[in-house]
Ligand binder design. Structure first.
Ligand SMILES: Cc1cc2nc3c(=O)[nH]c(=O)nc-3n(C[C@H](O)[C@H](O)[C@H](O)COP(=O)(O)OP(=O)(O)OC[C@H]3O[C@@H](n4cnc5c(N)ncnc54)[C@H](O)[C@@H]3O)c2cc1C
Length: 232
């Protein structure tokens, strides 16, 4: 198939990115294991109370359990672990019970209503090995091709990625609409703004994960929210 205009909006493992850039995602050393509990107020009251109406962060250096409530009495959890790719690769996530037991073993001695977020998980746990592109990933213009979202700027999760991707889409649409018949001018203007806009988010994403799992966790995290880090 051939095309005059190609926008790579195909995520972390973009098939379009190699047309523009040699960069490939690298593993950050952190894996999130995703679990869900359902009907939590009735079936998991102690855990539901611990998570509350919003989000709960139980953090220590190198590992933590981060859970938030979603509509419909659902708790969605990321079990966050600084572990090697080999550690994650050695777990058979196709065997949900064995995977739950292996991940829960990392939290031996933790309160049962917290480890229940792992052991009572009602969907098969899913490993999300966190990958990133190099900080400030850039490329030279290639006629007819551009990127948006994770294809352009995959980084550690910090609550921004989906928002950045949607913003990119709207900015790209605006750039094209503003330059009828001149897609190259549109892509050039879009990319200049995109690359400048996105660059600072890599450091912010790294810092946020370090606040959660770094050597000073959980105090680094509470300081951040209380503003103590800025004052100090
Ligand atoms: C654990 C975790 C937690 C996160 N939490 C948040 C958060 O709370 N808030 C936030 O804003 N962001 C969060 N993010 C980041 C967010 O998920 C991504 O930044 C966002 O999904 C990127 O959107 P995208 O459209 O660029 O890519 P994607 O969402 O990956 O979408 C790409 C799409 O392209 C499709 N595709 C891929 N290859 C092809 C192909 N060859 N042909 C056709 N289609 C293809 C895929 O199927 C997919 O539908 C999180 C990420 C992770 C890993």
């Amino acid at each position: 198939m051939t095309s005059d205009v190609l926008v790579g909006a195909d995520g972390a493992w973009s098939r379009i990115r190699p047309l523009l850039s040699d960069a490939t995602p690298t593993y950050t050393g952190t894996t999130f294991v995703e679990t869900y509990l359902y009907d939590v107020d009735r079936r998991h009251p102690a855990t539901a109370e611990a998570v509350g109406e919003g989000a709960m962060y139980a953090l220590t250096p190198g590992k933590g359990i981060v859970a938030h409530r979603e509509a419909g009495d659902i708790i969605h959890t990321y079990v966050e672990l600084n572990r090697s790719a080999e550690w994650a690769g050695a777990i058979d996530f196709g065997d949900a019970d064995a995977a739950r037991a292996r991940v829960a073993a990392e939290f031996e001695g933790w309160a049962p209503h917290l480890t229940a977020l792992i052991t009572d998980g009602e969907t098969a746990p899913v490993a999300r090995m966190i990958h990133t592109l190099p900080d400030g990933h850039r490329w030279e213009r290639v006629p007819g091709v551009t990127l948006l979202g994770d294809a352009a700027h995959l980084m550690r999760p910090s609550g921004d990625g989906a928002n950045l991707a949607m913003f990119d889409g709207s900015e790209l649409a605006g750039a094209i609409a503003d330059r009828p018949g001149d897609i190259e001018a549109a892509f050039t203007a879009y990319e200049e703004a995109l690359l400048a806009r996105t660059e600072p988010f890599y450091a912010e994403a790294r810092e946020l994960l370090d606040l959660c799992l770094g050597d000073r966790a959980p105090y680094s995290f509470t300081d951040f929210f209380s503003g103590a880090a800025e004052q100090g």
